[in-house]
Design a protein around this ligand. Sequence first.
Ligand code: GDD
Ligand code: MG
Length: 337
Amino acid sequence: MEAIFLVGGKGTRLHPLTLETPKPMLKVAGVPFIAHQIGYAKEHGVTRIVMAISYKNEQFLHYLGDGKGFGVEIIHAIEDQPLGTAGAIRNASRFLESDPQQPIAILNGDILSAHDMREQVALHNQMRADATLHLIRVADARPYGSVPTDAAGKIEDFVEKSDNPPTDFINAGCYIFTRSIIDQIPAGKVVSIERETFPALLAAGNPLWAYKSSSYWIDIGTPAAFLKASRDLVQGQFHSPVFATSTTMNYVHPDAHIGVNVQIDAGSSVGASQIGGDVLVEQSIIGDDVVVGSGAHICASIIGDGVQIGDGAHLRGVVIAGVGVSVPPNSRQIGEI
Ligand code: GDD
Ligand code: MG
């Protein structure tokens, strides 16, 4: 099966991490997030992926190449200007090889999901749907696409990000589309799948179906969610085919230099960095080429590549990124994560 990955967003909620690196290229448990998603797609029968890229697209081209290193074929569809979610799908569809009646998987590029995409495809085929959306139930649907269905699971409406969502079943960002439907999206213009395409298809009576699941799911788009996803991967709450859980329940890059009496805890992840003595790293992510001075405490925080943390600094709930950025010794940085 062919897939389109939507990976052209700017990831503004993850600033300053995403000022230098696009969201799907941020490392989670030692590898760029997108590698976990490619692994997932491959496990569910995807053999060819068109990457819909725009923001900092050269980083995707460089890391993914033609996909050989990942065991799939990868083609890159570059948008000079971001075309929105449906515009990006339409732009990528030029590179699809599937027949008009065949199913295409479309994935938001910031989702970890354990649902069975093969079952989703089977349901799509069985219902002869134009599109089949993976839905999950959340406590607060306001920041998502709220998607009411009838008792059989046929989609009745699609309401993107509203104060009064009609249901707590939300769009989980994984669609199976019949190829011919994608080709009907207008080409060369900005179109939102959530705000334009889905409502228009429903108004025209096209059959859209829901595949509901209650399996593990997270959107990594905010610092708190990014930390949680990383911890869940590292601790094995979510299985990724490209990551093996260690018995320590933390991840430490083999080239990291770890000083004496260092405590790394609670599903933390430490890249190829230098950690001084008597340091505590708890529930945190430390990137590559970071220097952490002795006696520093880093809790519930994300430290980007190339940052320097002074001796004895205490950090809690903060995101710090930018090569060469330094945190003064013995300072206190308290944030909101
Ligand atoms: N190529 C391309 N071009 N990709 C884009 C563009 C674009 O112009 N705009 C956004 N994307 C990609 C992002 O990179 C991301 O992977 C995906 O589309 C979704 O964008 P987000 O910005 O993360 O959207 P969201 O999280 O607020 O909402 C979406 O996901 C929710 C589930 O997590 C919507 O699809 C909601 O309906 C859904 O509930
Ligand atoms: Mg998102």
